[in-house]
Design a protein around this ligand. Structure first.
Ligand code: ITT
Length: 195
């Protein structure tokens, strides 16, 4: 089926295409001439996920979905959470975000470095919203390792692979355990049953 993924993040788009596989033809907003940044004014992942999906559905009338993801670090009271993309600066500066995260954790020596990625996916199908969620538990590494993935992957060690950061895993392995993999596989299953 043809569906729009309401994202401007190329890493997310690549992962979603691999997770959803051949039964889905994925398009992104830029493919249909929508290039502006969608303002994420919500206070929760759920709200921002709805804002992005509704924005694209309102302008196209097409089935679409959005993913809002946050990194929740326990020692930082759940930060950066909904502010993960703009933690250090207003731009989506992955490097600056990681520098700030490591600096904030240095201020809490002895505290556990446990954290999780949480993805909330909003699907708008035939004009109705449906929600899917996935989490990945792990710990924050003391320094960057690995060159795969994107965002905070170089400093996130998943419980399933305690020797590796997510950026040291290949795409297939990341997708098999990831927050996004879990949420999007649940969405695909729902669509197979209901579409
Ligand atoms: P869209 O809103 O256009 O989809 P975005 O990058 O702004 O793209 P989010 O609002 O969901 O996405 O922001 C979440 C930030 O969290 C994102 O910029 C990354 O830095 C990080 N992030 C999201 N998914 C991640 C993943 O799988 N691995 C590592 N970091 C991730």
């Amino acid at each position: 089926m043809k569906i729009i993924f309401a994202t401007g993040n190329k890493g997310k788009l690549r992962e979603a295409a691999e997770i959803l596989g051949e039964g889905f033809t994925l398009m992104c907003p830029a493919d249909i001439g929508i290039t502006e940044d969608i303002e994420e004014t919500g206070e929760t992942l759920e709200e921002n996920s709805v804002i992005k999906a509704d924005y694209i559905h309102d302008r196209t009338g097409m089935d679409c979905f959005a993913d809002d993801t946050g990194l929740e670090v326990d020692a930082l009271g759940g930060a950066p959470g909904v502010h993960s993309a703009r933690y250090a600066t207003e731009g989506h500066d992955f490097d600056a975000n990681i520098d700030k995260l490591l600096a904030e954790l240095e201020k809490c020596p002895g505290e556990p470095r446990t954290a999780r990625f949480r993805s909330v996916v909003t699907l708008v199908f035939k004009g109705e919203r449906h929600f899917f969620e996935g989490t990945l538990e792990g710990v924050i590494a003391p320094a960057r390792r690995g060159g795969n993935g994107f965002g905070y992957d170089p400093v996130f060690i998943p419980d399933e692979f305690p020797e590796n950061t997510v950026a040291e895993l290949d795409d297939e392995t990341k997708n098999a355990i990831s927050h996004r993999g879990k949420a999007l596989r649940a969405m695909a299953e729902w669509l197979r049953e209901n579409a």
